[in-house]
Every structure is written in structure tokens, then in C-alpha cells.
Design a protein around this ligand. Structure first.
Ligand code: IVH
Length: 710
């Protein structure tokens, strides 16, 4: 097993062959074990093969086989849906809430592309369907699979269910050899009411709204149930394509319609933000009579070459935005304010409300953000709600925007009781009794209990297993709370998760025999945990739950340090907040001094570090696989842009350089390889000269990366 070529060194061809061989070996091993009751290889060998298979799949998601052993638990297909990695990630959209946001969206795009405000710039505008997104893969015109969005990277394989949706074509003509069509599955109002009536008659569960009904219907393990539920599909986007569908968004959608997909009749091309807002109003007027739920209007840059130049932020495209309809509002009573302690110790006030329906969903809790919000001022000390504070017993306005947690917008002072008292924010942690301190510049008070505070520990564990982090199936918030208080099978820190199975084997009372558990759920849990022993570096960094380090930073750090060993060594070397390692960390674009400090200090705190080391001992951490930039002249180079760039904006220059494997830094040091200086460059150009760093003009840079400069 130790003779494997490291995954990062595999060619695509080798990877494909290896996945085929592993599928065969694992399949044979499964049959020998489960069907023949005569295992040939040891459990440890079996696990090693499975881990290797997953590691290769993670590095080459496009090569994952339809019969991938990762999708099987034991000898049988898992009871949940199998997982499929999207070859092109499924993203969400940024939001605009008013006309000003729309104008800003347009201005941002023009600035990025260098297009004058007065010049024509076309967008498409279309309803934002309130359903769930689905990606349909066609190969040579035949529907191969249908995958839900999942976490955007990996979704659920719901092919059999999607095949029952009448307006999803099974075959398409004149399509590219590989074509992924994306769109929204939804249920019409009429069908939703009929379905709920039927559910009521047979005593079944009622759905809160058409969106939940559509999601519940598509995610049925029995496709016959899905078939009995009236679902529909609108196509509006695409994933992988072996050739482009067209050169504009509107023509691409027209082509989808020609191929037999249903597309939304209200889509229109609009020049500039005024026209977009006018079409928004038209759609808003029709909203009530459309017969299906929409929650806004989506705007997309029409020209696909411009979309391509604009590219993406971490989870949203720069070339599109969702202009949301105003949120629905409801009035109810605030019964109590409770304090929750988060994983970084933040004390968050939560409103307990008399239950009320907002936008089809019953709401009984809402966030109150922080102490300032309750008092009636913003982070800069300026009044919000004209300075009205929020008190227990008050009548409040609750609203929901999209899927987000309900919020409280305002309070009705005319209904306030005479003896009502302002809310006093606690100064000690309600969970561990340690002082809660609000530091200068921090918007929240934090428990100072650190590792002794049980609330923080539980929240850190919940974060650790959450989506985007380790995402362990069968180990959600409920289970974490159970194991955290479980004397026989304790999970107090992340490493305990990976010793759970061994400890259970040694225990007298097994997990499978406990209330709420069974043979299958226990086996599945252990399998799901084992599957995550192989983990990509960015997810591990994110999962550690260090303050200020979100998933974007996790990816940024992983990309910069490439391996766990290099990352941990760099954090150690930077512990004194000075020297080369410290400077390198701070020079990463996207890492500020506050984040650098918390990061380095967490690694330097002995207990935290010991817990991290205990965890890492159980893991096979996946190095970051570089995108193939080997033929790029600037791969691995550290580049600084300074001065005015004339052929592209700064943001675009940075994106392009990074796509080619370069690292873009904000400051010049002796580690810098290239400084690209435009007119007006000042101190950075000077420093480059002093340090003897290669200096070039924008044109020279473009020539180097093989772009025509004319
Ligand atoms: S475009 C790269 N167009 O909204 C972005 N999304 O909030 C591709 N949605 O995940 C999405 N109607 O599920 C697009 N006309 C529409 C849409 C739409 C609904 C959903 C979609 C997406 C979510 C983002």
C-alpha cells in the first residue's frame, strides 16, 4: 500500500486506471465479505483501499465513476442518496434589495471590465424561481444523471426521481456531446394545494409551502412517490459543456428551449440598470397571478465572454445578482430574550416569540444580533429604529428574507406595557459563569471561559461536523449534543470522533443497542466518520473553527501553504508575530493582521495545539492539487500589481494571475518575483528596484502571460 504514487503526482490517465482497478478490488472485497462471508483482505487493507479511492476522486472529481465504491457503504447501496461531485460548482447568487443595490451592481461590473457608464451593456432579467436547483447531465444527447445542489461541490444523485418529472427531457437533439443543464425544480400553487389536500385526507404530513413540497418530493428514496408528485422544471443555466451553447445568455437560453427544455417566458434582455428595474416592476406586478412562487428577479450579464472575464467570487458569480422582493412582515410578541454562546464565545441574544406565520413558515425564534441592536444603535453608535430599544413583552415586527434566519425589524412602542423595563445584557456567560467581556471594537461580548466553557466546546464540535467542514453524515447538532454529555461514549473534542468506533467496540453497551440507534444507523455513522479520515486541507483549516477563519480563508490558506505540514510549520514559525513566516502570512491578499494574530495565537496556545495534533493524527490530509498551470510562465511566482493598469482593472489582473497559478501579494518583499508597475506607481516600484525584483510594464506582463497587448 505504501508504494502508491502520491495522489498529487498522478496523471489523469493513471488516476482513471487506478479508479477502475480500485472499483474492481473493492467490489470483489465487498462480495467476499458480505455475500460469500469469506473475506480475503483484512479490514485495515480494505479501509486503506477505500481511502485511496476517495483521495483520488477528491483530486480528480471529474473522473469519479458512476459505480464509485465511495457511494456504497458495506456491500449494499447506502440507504440515502449517493453523492456526485459537480464538475463545475453550483453557486448561489449575491443579493440586491433595492434600486440602489442594482445600480451598484451595474457600476461594479463596468468598473471591473472598464466599460463607461454611458456605453451599452446588456443584461438578461428573469424571475427567480423559489424551488430547488438541479443539474442534469446529458452525454451524447441522453440524460445520464440528475444531481441536487448539495453544498455546491457535492450533491445528491436523484436521477431516478428526476426522470419522473414530465418536462425534463430524457433525450435531446443537437446538443453538445457533454452538456449539463441547470435549473429549478418547483411545484405550482394549484398542485401544492391538491397535494396538501391529499396528504390531509390520508393523515400524512402537510407541507409548509410549495418549495418545501418540491424539495420533499424530489428527495424521496422511492422514485414512485416522486412520480406521484407534480413537479416541474425551468432551465436557466448550465455546468460543464463540451462546446458553448451560444455567445450570449439569452441565445443560450433560447437554444435550451429549442432542445425541449422549459424556459421562463418572462425573461427579457435589458440595457442598463434602469431597464432592469423597469422589468423587475413588471414581473412584480405579475407575481400573484403566475401560479408558482418566485422571490425576486435574477439579472445576468448577457455577453458570455464578459461573464467569463468577470468570473466568480468564492461562492457567487460577479456577473449575476438576485434582486429580491421585499420580505414579508408579521407582528407578534417577544416573550423572552435568551443568550446563546457560540464557538468563539460570542454571546448572541435570541428572541423567543409567540409563534406567527411569516411567508408560509411558522416562526418562533428570531435573532437579535447583539447588545447594540437591542439598545437601538448600530456598530458606529448611530441610532437604528430611531433609537427605539427592544424589551421583553414588546410587540415586534418579524421578517424573513429568503432562507435566512428570521429577524426583528421594529418594535411597536404604542403597545408597550407601562411597567416594561429595558433589557439588561448579561456580563457573565450563562453556560460557564465566566465573565463575558466586550473588547474595544468588537460588536459582541464574549465569554472568557475558553476551553472550560462547555457551550463553546459544543458549538466548536457542531461547526466541525457541519457542511463545508467535515460534513459527517449522521453526526449533526442533535448527535453532537448527545455524545457531548455521554459518559460512556464521549465526544469532547474533534479527535474523539475518530476514536468513537474503537471505544464503542470496547464498551459493554454498544451504540447500536441504545435508544434511538440501531445496527444500521451505528454502522452507517462509523462508515461516514471513516470516510472523512481523508480530508482536503482547506476543509480541515475551516473546520478548526478559529475566529475570523471562514471557508474562504480556509481555501486561501490551503492554496498558499499547499500542505498541512507546511501550514502548521509556518504557524509555528510565525508565533512571535515577526520574521519571514509572519510577513509571508500577512502578505497573503485576504489575510489581515487581526486574522493572522488569532490564527498564529491559536496554534501557539498549548491546549488548543495539543487538541489539533490529536486530531491530525487520525487524518489523511489532502494537499492542495494545483490546477494544471505547468505551461504557464508565471505559475508559482509571487506578483505585485501597482500603479494604474490600463488594459484591465486591478481585480481582473489579480484573478487572471491566480488562474495561471501565480500568487498575488499586496506588498513587495525580497520574495516577490515580479512587480507589474503602471503609471503612477510609487513606493512599491521603488522598493522593487532596491531589492532587485523584476519590474515590468502592463504590456510586458500581458505578453508574458500570452495575451495580446494591442
Ligand atoms: S442563476 C451561477 N437563475 O437561486 C448562478 N438561479 O440564490 C446560477 N434560482 O442556486 C444561478 N431562479 O437555485 C439563476 N432564474 C434563475 C434562478 C436561480 C432561481 C436559484 C438557484 C440558485 C439560487 C441562488
Amino acid at each position: 500500500m505504501d508504494q502508491f504514487v502520491p495522489v498529487s503526482e498522478l496523471t489523469e490517465d493513471q488516476a482513471r486506471k487506478e479508479l477502475a482497478r480500485l472499483a474492481l478490488q473493492l467490489n470483489d472485497a465487498n462480495t467476499q465479505y458480505h455475500t460469500d462471508d469469506a473475506p480475503v483482505i483484512s479490514d485495515a487493507e480494505y479501509d486503506a483501499l477505500k481511502r485511496r479511492n476517495l483521495a483520488v476522486e477528491t483530486a480528480f472529481p471529474n473522473l469519479k465513476r458512476a459505480d464509485s465504491p465511495s457511494d456504497k457503504i458495506g456491500g449494499s447501496v447506502s440507504e440515502s442518496f449517493s453523492k456526485i461531485t459537480h464538475t463545475v460548482r453550483m453557486l448561489s447568487l449575491g443579493n440586491a434589495f433595492n434600486d440602489e443595490d442594482v445600480t451598484e451592481f451595474d457600476t461594479r461590473i463596468r468598473k471591473y471590465l472598464g466599460i463607461e457608464i454611458s456605453a451599452k451593456l446588456d443584461y438578461t432579467a428573469e424571475p427567480k424561481i423559489d424551488g430547488l436547483s438541479l443539474s442534469l447531465r446529458y452525454e451524447n444527447g441522453t440524460l445520464i444523471h440528475a444531481v441536487t445542489r448539495g453544498d455546491g461541490e457535492v450533491g445528491e444523485n436523484v436521477t431516478n426521481n428526476a426522470r419522473t418529472i414530465p418536462n425534463i427531457p430524457q433525450q435531446v437533439k443537437n446538443a453538445p456531446a457533454v452538456m449539463e443543464i441547470r435549473g429549478e425544480v418547483y411545484m405550482s400553487h394549484a398542485d401544492f394545494h391538491t397535494l396538501n389536500k391529499r396528504q390531509e385526507e390520508k393523515g400524512g404530513k402537510l407541507f409548509a409551502n410549495p418549495r418545501n413540497a418540491a424539495a420533499g418530493s424530489l428527495r424521496q428514496l422511492d422514485a414512485n412517490i416522486t412520480a406521484s408528485r407534480p413537479l416541474e422544471f425551468f432551465a436557466y443555466a448550465w455546468g460543464e459543456l463540451s462546446e458553448p451553447l451560444a455567445d450570449t445568455q439569452s441565445k443560450a437560453v433560447a437554444r435550451m428551449a429549442d432542445m425541449g427544455f422549459s424556459t421562463n417566458p418572462l425573461m427579457q434582455t435589458c440595457n442598463g440598470p434602469k431597464a432592469l428595474i423597469a422589468h423587475y416592476k413588471t414581473i412584480e406586478e405579475q407575481r400573484a397571478t403566475l401560479g408558482y412562487d418566485i422571490d425576486g428577479v435574477v439579472y445576468k450579464v448577457d455577453d458570455l465572454s464578459l461573464q467569463n472575464r468577470l468570473g466568480f467570487r468564492s461562492t457567487t458569480p460577479r456577473w449575476a445578482v438576485a434582486h429580491k422582493f421585499p420580505a414579508e412582515i408579521a407582528h407578534t410578541r417577544l416573550e423572552a430574550i435568551e443568550i446563546q454562546v457560540g464557538r468563539t464565545g460570542a454571546l448572541s441574544p435570541v428572541a423567543r416569540l409567540t409563534p406567527v406565520t411569516v411567508g408560509g413558515v411558522v416562526v418562533s425564534n428570531a435573532t437579535l444580533h447583539n447588545e447594540d441592536y437591542i439598545v437601538g444603535r448600530d456598530s458606529k453608535g448611530m441610532p437604528i429604529r430611531e433609537g427605539r430599544d427592544i424589551r421583553v413583552g414588546d410587540w415586534v415586527e418579524v421578517y424573513r428574507a429568503g432562507d435566512v434566519i428570521p429577524k426583528i425589524r421594529d418594535v411597536d412602542i404604542s403597545k408597550r406595557a407601562d411597567d416594561s423595563q429595558p433589557y439588561v445584557f448579561p456580563t457573565i456567560c450563562p453556560d460557564c459563569g465566566s465573565p463575558a467581556i466586550r473588547e474595544d471594537g468588537d460588536s459582541v461580548a464574549r465569554c472568557t471561559g475558553g476551553l472550560i466553557c462547555p457551550a463553546q466546546a459544543v458549538e466548536r464540535l457542531k461547526h466541525f461536523v457541519s457542511r463545508g467542514a467535515f460534513d459527517i453524515e449522521g453526526l449533526g447538532n442533535k448527535q453532537i449534543e448527545m455524545f457531548f454529555d455521554d459518559e460512556n461514549l464521549l465526544i469532547k473534542e474533534p479527535s474523539d470522533i475518530f476514536t468513537l468506533e474503537t471505544r464503542d467496540t470496547a464498551n459493554f453497551t454498544k451504540l447500536k443497542n441504545r435508544e434511538g440507534w440501531g445496527d444500521k444507523s451505528a454502522t452507517n455513522l462509523f462508515a461516514a466518520i471513516n470516510e472523512k479520515r481523508v480530508i482536503p486541507l482547506n476543509k480541515l483549516i475551516f473546520a478548526l473553527g478559529i475566529r475570523h477563519v471562514g471557508d474562504t480563508t480556509g481555501s486561501l490558506l490551503a492554496k498558499n501553504y499547499q500542505s498541512w505540514d507546511a501550514f502548521a510549520a509556518a504557524m509555528d514559525a510565525a508565533k512571535d508575530h515577526e520574521g519571514e513566516a509572519w510577513d509571508t502570512l500577512n502578505a497573503i491578499d485576504g489575510v489581515g493582521s487581526v486574522m493572522a494574530t488569532t490564527l498564529v495565537d491559536s496554534f501557539d496556545a498549548p491546549e488548543t495545539r495539543a487538541a489539533i495534533d490529536r486530531l491530525v493524527a487520525h487524518l489523511d490530509i489532502h494537499d492542495v492539487v494545483q490546477t494544471d498551470t505547468s505551461d504557464s510562465a508565471v505559475a508559482g511566482k509571487i506578483v505585485v500589481f501597482t500603479g494604474t493598469l490600463e488594459r484591465m482593472t486591478r481585480a481582473e489582473a489579480k484573478d487572471r494571475a491566480e488562474t495561471l497559478g501565480a500568487k498575488v501579494s499586496g506588498s513587495v518583499s525580497k520574495k516577490t518575483d515580479i512587480v507589474v508597475a503602471g503609471p503612477g506607481a510609487g513606493s512599491k516600484e521603488k522598493k522593487a528596484k532596491e531589492l532587485g525584483v523584476t519590474l515590468m510594464t502592463e504590456d510586458e506582463w500581458l505578453a508574458l502571460i500570452n495575451e495580446t497587448s494591442g
